[in-house]
Design a protein around this ligand. Sequence first.
Ligand code: FAD
Length: 452
Amino acid sequence: MVSDSFIAAIGDIPIITDRALVRQKSRDFFWYSPLLKQALNQKSADLIVCPRTEAEVIQAAALCARHKVPLTARGAGTGNYGQAVPLHGGIVLDMAGMERIVALEDGLLTIEAGAKLIDIERQVAPQGWELRMYPSTKRSATIGGFVAGGSGGIGSITYGGLRERGNIVGARVVSCEEEPRIVELRGDEIHGVNHAYGTTGIITRLAIPLAPRLPWIEVVGAFDSFIAAARCGRALALSDGIAKKLASVSADPIPQFFRGLDVPAGKHVLIALVAAHALVPWDHLLREHGGSEILRRPMEESEAAADLTPVYEYTWNHTTLQVLKKDKTITYLQSLFPAGRDLALVEEMQATFGDEVQLHLEYIRAAGAVTCSALQIVRFTTEARLYEIIRHHEERGILIANPHVYTLEDGAGHKRVGAGQPEFKRKMDPHGLLNPGKMRTYQPQFAAAVAP
Ligand code: FAD
């Protein structure tokens, strides 16, 4: 529990003590996983602290270090593996109040970490810029949460994942010590905080390069065969002359859960975002692969269009959500198919698992090569069967980033935390108070404050 003297020392930083709200802001979308639902459902912070400035972040971090209180940063709480769920109580630091643009110069945006991605796009649009990539949660997620908890998304077909060198060029990070320090990370140093779940510092600012803004057109192609849809998605990804932001393929019956798209029964779909000037080449590509267009409309993201579901909310991990809304028996996987063998393995997995593992592919660039990441819809039966499915994929060379665990090590496709992260954590969080329990291999030195 957080002591009265701790609360008194918070001063005039806004806090939330209402139990229901504290519990709500201690949760994310971990319930996608039946295993995480069981493990995390009862977890909650003791208090929510809502800083408005970097000075207030420093004040909160100093207090946590002095009182040995765990601190878990939170953006919008859209993570899927309990990244933002405090395992040991303490405070949740709600970063949503820090949302200002610091600078925009020559396409490099410096922005506070709590800014919502949709708001960033709306603010940089008049100057002719847009985000290089965003998760399908763009309408709710923050840039800090995306960098600390996400991996890539719409735009990764051109720019690769967040971790590709150059996609994040700087971060300002606050340590959790009695006298917190501000550390500026540049270039490769960014890996200290990228996908570290806030265990290595509190990000207050980020510097990210933007992309020149284009008018995007939402298009959906329908196919009689899944593999034809996958081939078309792959061909679009490889079409260097076509400016695109998305190529997402879903096997029948998944599209039947896409309320608002009216996909004919039995059809497999390719959902894409292509530039307005690329519509004729898109037509030819689609025809070449035997697809027929069932939707074409300009992407509209003004506040006035808030009621319209953008097509990207049928892609990435929104695909799983669309199915989960109607069918609670399913869960999902996250995987990366090896470039070059992707289509052959897609066909093989479809033949092996049939309806039990329904394929949903996202075409991306990974380390310069085009391949697909898949967020398969899995008909859940037992934990043992789920792990059997995971093992089979891994044995065939498909990398699984397990979304049914909450630790960095076990969730990562390479089964260890990012290079340099444990060392960086020791410097930034000597008491082990930042989101404790998420970096399994880090031994905290605050055992007195936190029960195992
Ligand atoms: P949160 O969930 O609040 O936090 C995520 C992690 O970052 C937590 O560990 C938190 O402690 C840490 N954190 C937050 N802010 C800070 C900070 N300022 N400093 C340090 N640590 C911090 N992910 C993708 O990568 N691509 C997708 O396309 C995608 N689609 C999704 C679709 C759905 C429907 C859902 C539910 C999730 C999806 N995700 C996706 C996962 C998630 O939405 C993204 O990772 C998102 O960017 C998280 O942002 P957030 O602001 O909600 O972060």
